[in-house]
Ligand binder design. Structure first.
Ligand SMILES: *Cc1c(COP(=O)(O)O)cnc(C)c1O
Length: 380
């Protein structure tokens, strides 16, 4: 027998209360019964996004909402500024390019956050930029980008700030309206503690206004159509009924804990993992602007990172994420977002410690766990 632990930054574990809700018999979506669930989700998502605008839920993975942000707002030939500091930044640019937008890249070294000055300069140099596209947290490098500062640069101008908050919403406070974020996107399988399959998106008034001149064909991801249906507590097409029922439960759990406590929990877990991995002598991938969603660390020179991740999954039953592209085999990423608490962090650090020792990396075991315990004690 082997007990399995999921310590990857998506999909993340789903709480039992949510699994049980989703296991109930399927209901029809054109009913008052489903509409009331849908309405509760819509209200809850507005509270989570901290916006007065509708939050639209799509049946797709997170990338679907990213794509819909492009296809519902822009015209071919529009120029967007893309913060590219990892796989997901690159994805924004690729989506934009595939619909004929011109992309100006701000290339950021992997493991670093974009400099606000660099965004400001690029916006000054090219007055024709329609939008800045960024991640809140670049999951591939475990970096947090300065969203508040970027949004402040475009507030009051014609330019939009479009944020992929897929590993930020529900992890850190990212008040959409207060910060002047024009488009905020998230997905179900990260901080929202659900299986993959839902994506959420909200547009500011400024973004809705720009969407009026949109000239990119779209059919399934038609945000104005979904907004109009949402106003009637329904959807244009069949919603992911069971996932929506799960989402209602998740939102209830988040509000019961209190959003501030949710953010505090993520912050404590993140600090515990940073401190624990540092005590183990592991170099952080994102030392200066680490995300609270996941922590990437370099594996020791003598250790093959890809083999380590495989060993952890197959022999210890613990699934971590490795690195992508040039970081493949060089890092491990430890998630701490969503349905994570203190002892998930202990499991992660302890397993990592044992697997490293198993690969011949000698050090005194338990140092990482001890350092993490110091910080986790804050919670009790
Ligand atoms: C996971 C993730 C995505 C992609 O989501 P999918 O659900 O796989 O489409 C996009 N951006 C970030 C930052 C993510 O972490």
């Amino acid at each position: 027998m082997k007990k399995r632990y999921l310590i990857s930054p998506g999909p993340t574990p789903v709480p039992e209360e949510v699994l049980l809700e989703m296991a109930k018999p399927i209901m029809h979506h054109r009913t008052t019964q489903f509409s009331s669930i849908f309405a509760e989700c819509a209200e809850g998502l507005k509270k989570l996004f901290k916006t007065s605008q509708p939050v639209i839920t799509l049946a797709s993975s997170g990338t679907g909402a990213m794509e819909s942000a492009i296809t519902n707002i822009f015209k071919p030939g529009d120029t967007v500024l893309v913060v590219n500091g990892g796989k997901f930044g690159e994805r924004w640019g690729k989506i934009a390019q595939s619909y004929g937008l011109k992309v100006e890249w701000i290339n950021v070294e992997w493991g670093q956050a974009v400099a606000v000055d660099a965004v400001e300069e690029a916006l000054k140099k090219n007055r024709g930029i329609s939008a800045v596209l960024t991640q809140g947290s670049e999951t591939s490098t475990t970096v947090a980008h300065p969203v508040k500062e970027i949004a402040a640069l475009t507030a009051g101008a014609d330019t939009l700030t479009i944020v992929d908050g897929i590993t930020s919403v529900g992890v850190v406070d990212m008040p959409m309206d207060q910060w002047g974020i024009d488009v905020l996107v998230t997905g179900s399988q990260k901080a929202l503690m659900l299986p993959p399959g839902l994506a959420m998106i909200s547009l500011s008034e400024k973004a809705w206004a720009k969407s009026q001149s949109c000239d990119i064909p779209h059919f399934y991801f038609d945000l104005a159509k979904e907004r109009d249906n949402l106003a009637k507590d329904t959807t244009a097409y069949t919603p992911a009924v069971s996932l929506m029922i799960g989402l209602r439960q998740v939102l209830r759990m988040l509000f019961e804990e209190g959003l501030d406590n949710v953010y505090k929990r993520h912050d404590t877990l993140a600090r515990a993992v940073r401190s624990g991995t540092a005590a183990m002598g592991l170099k952080p991938l994102a030392p200066l602007s680490p995300a609270n969603s996941a922590t990437g660390v370099y594996t020791p020179e003598s250790v093959d990172g890809a083999k380590l991740v495989k060993d952890l999954r197959e022999n210890y039953g613990v699934t971590f994420a490795g690195g992508q592209d040039h970081l493949k085999g060089k890092i491990v990423r430890i998630a701490h977002l969503g349905y994570f608490d203190s002892f998930d962090v202990i499991v992660a650090l302890s397993a990592l410690d044992m697997a490293l020792a198993g690969q011949g990396h000698t050090m005194q075991m338990g140092r990482g766990v001890a350092a993490a315990q110091e910080i986790l004690s804050e919670r009790y």
